[in-house]
Write a protein that binds this ligand. Sequence first.
Ligand SMILES: *Cc1c(COP(=O)(O)O)cnc(C)c1O
Length: 390
Amino acid sequence: MKDLHARLRERLDKRHQAQQMRKVRKVASPMGRKIHMGDRSLLNFSSNDYLGFANHPEIRQATIEAIEQYGVGGGASHSICGHSEAHDRLEQKIATLLNRDDALLFSTGFMANLAVMTSLLERKDAVFQDRWNHASLIDGGLAQPGSFVRYKHNDMGDLKAKLESTPARHRMICADSVFSMDGDICDIQGLISLANAHDALLYLDDAHGFGVLGDNGLGVIDYAKLSQDDLPLVVLTLGKAIGCAGALVVGEKTLIEAIRQYGRSYVYTTASPPAIAAGVSCALDLLLTSPHTRQHLQSLIDAFISGAKAIDLPLMPSSTPIQPLMLMSEDAALSCQAFLEQKGILAMAIRPPTVPVGSCRLRITLTASHSLKDVDYLLACLGQWFEENR
Ligand SMILES: *Cc1c(COP(=O)(O)O)cnc(C)c1O
């Protein structure tokens, strides 16, 4: 125990010296355009609440009413007696909306990805994942019994070579639809044609696409008009644009049934509160009836990109609400973050191991609750920091 303590101390000290410690900061307000943090109100450019749904009055009301009806706790796992009619309605609703056979609700996206990977693959199978996939996909890939192969980011040539050289009985290809730290979109058509050519199951993680991409905001399926044959399985998370919590795995019925039966992070966990499912159902209705919210978000993204270009800010090529400002070193990223905070802006630095060494960034996210004035103010402050530090 003493040895373990010493080892942990040493590791923590190293992380501290590398300026990689994560500080968990207390928030004393609902999520929104401004949040109350450390006795200050900060203009928030760090949430994934892309549509401003996390504190939306109608979604709050639907959730409160469902608490009146169903109480708070899920009480049991889905397969015992925790599968509420509110959960069931939500699963049916999303399957219909996305024109898929079936859907399965999870408490978190992390648990969904663990279940998908570990319940579909066996020894002698292989999963091929983009190197920049989310940690939950990577951990799921490591936890499943087959081979785990990572290909270069969005590099279809590398994926093709790896598909050709890896012997496997069954293959799965898996990528983020929108990459969470870079904001770029995966090569959807490239992935579909390689999946077809190599008889592989394609699985996309639409955590940052659902609610944002597509004519109706229904994510990557809507954006690229993907049939169930094109994309047999997708996960969408409900804690980002949808503003609630949980995740839905949606797709072909045999795949969904296998995950329902064998997914340990589905079977051996308490069902999420039914009221959350009711809140999500309300958020889905709002999504379909508020194209103006997404149009406003798009106009903010356009304004940010063109404003940043005009003053030569180092952005990544992203057309989504995730706009990484590349600062490379820990020092620069932390200095810029602190400067913005003095100006009343929250834009958190992202550092290794979340991103590769030497690619520290401010992960700026735009949401529909911002105004054009907010974006202009952010750009003005960033311009000032770069002027003083270039
Ligand atoms: C956030 C995220 C998850 C995890 O979802 P949670 O519901 O927050 O656990 C999974 N995949 C991606 C790409 C994400 O960004």
